[in-house]
Design a protein around this ligand. Structure first.
Ligand SMILES: [Zn+2]
Length: 391
């Protein structure tokens, strides 16, 4: 199987001459005018992009937008012989002296791990970004990678309940807890908002922007680390990764409305995205599994006659299970992934669990494909059918 992987490569501009710095600043400032509907002198292709940003996003006047560059106007080149930099980026700008579009070559830093991506066939989008007073070019690169279709185990990931992620192997329920506790992330955000509230009104927007940016990078770093741990763990056992997809809504009887349990507590979409592409880069499939009911269902007997009165525990009234709540949730996600029905037989008729969209199947002893209901999938090789995978 092949999967498209999209990653953003960040090039940092450095050693700019005064002239080049001035041209870039002028272009950036003119682009801000352009996206807010004012007439501005810009490189012609960039002017079109400014109009697009205005009509697609209609950005607020107090925000700054990165310059969107058109792909056919940029070039990135490697040049070993240059003393100043081994990588150069050709940036389109308007030149007020010539009163027309121009291009300038600027030196850029490229991380060694990203160099293989700097080819025209991979680059989809590029933007010039100003962050903390430094210039960056962000290149969105997309390429197709091969992922395996046979695995020896399933690593099930439950995100954002108490921890950023909890992972459990389906075969033996070996469990790990990853990253900080979600409540710490939330408390940190709260503190931050308070401190911004006290800041002077005049500089408030700037403070929010600066802190928000810094904070979001700290959280993002944490998410990357968690994803790295999960992928490394899956690799140890040649496991496919499945994770609870919590974008769905649940009807809360107490609240009398549909609620989303977790997505408001942590950047779930970002975590899912990072985990998916890192897994694909590792040649490993990574599949979202609908998460509804996985926290209230007993992983051992499938009953929903459970209670979570004790902090962090789940107790089953039917079979007597007393288990870590996150571990229980992750186990259910893993079981749902291989098609095992986690609904209690006692549950109302008609409340049938739908099969995951991407079905994981086991290869039967006779070589035939059959639905996976084996209690011990580690005994048999797991095979993923192409099906209709979700991305
Ligand atoms: Zn039970």
């Amino acid at each position: 199987m092949r999967r498209d992987v999209t990653t953003t490569v960040r090039l940092k501009l450095h050693s700019l001459t005064e002239r080049k710095a001035r041209l870039i600043e002028r272009e950036y400032s003119a682009f801000q005018d352009g996206v807010h509907g004012d007439d501005a002198n810009l490189y012609s292709a960039t002017k079109q992009q400014a109009r697009k940003v205005q009509s697609n996003k209609n950005p607020r006047s107090d925000t700054e937008q990165p310059i969107v560059l058109r792909n056919d106007c940029i070039t990135i080149e490697h040049d070993e012989d240059t003393v100043l930099s081994s990588w150069w980026f050709k940036l389109p700008v308007y030149n007020p002296e010539k009163e027309q579009g121009d291009s300038i070559w600027v030196p850029v830093h490229v991380l060694e791990k990203d160099t293989h991506l700097l080819s025209d066939e991979y680059i989809c989008d590029s933007e010039l970004v100003l962050r903390d007073g430094e210039w960056y070019v962000h290149l969105v690169c997309e390429r197709s990678v091969a992922v395996a279709d046979e695995y020896d185990d399933v690593l099930a990931v439950d995100m954002g309940a108490k921890w950023i992620a909890v992972s459990t192997f389906l075969s033996d329920r070996d469990t790990s807890f990853h990253g900080a506790e979600v409540r710490h992330v939330r408390e940190h955000y709260k503190q931050l908002r308070k401190s911004i509230g006290k800041a002077k009104v005049r500089s408030g927007a700037q403070v929010i922007e600066r802190l928000g940016d810094k904070e979001s990078r700290t959280v993002e770093h944490e998410l990357h680390q968690v994803a790295n741990e999960l992928v490394a763990r899956a690799r140890e056992r040649n496991a496919v990764i499945v994770f609870g997809d919590m974008t769905g809504l649940r009807f809360d009887n107490d609240e009398g409305r549909y609620v989303n349990d977790k997505t408001h507590k942590m950047p779930y979409a970002k975590m899912a995205n990072i985990l998916t592409y890192k897994s694909h880069l590792d040649g490993r499939e990574c599949i979202p599994i609908e998460e509804y009911d996985t926290s209230v269902t007993c992983w051992r007997c499938g009953s929903q006659n459970t209670s979570r009165d004790v902090q962090g525990r789940v107790e089953c009234e039917d079979c007597g299970l007393d288990d870590n709540a996150d571990k229980n949730g992750a186990s259910n996600i893993g079981q749902r992934a291989v098609g095992k029905d986690i609904q209690s037989p006692l549950s109302t008729a008609g409340a049938v669990v739908a099969q995951p969209e991407t079905q994981v199947v086991l290869e039967g002893p006779s070589g035939e494909m059959e639905p996976a209901n084996s209690p011990n999938p580690a005994d048999v090789g797991l095979t993923l059918s192409e099906g209709s995978p979700r991305r």
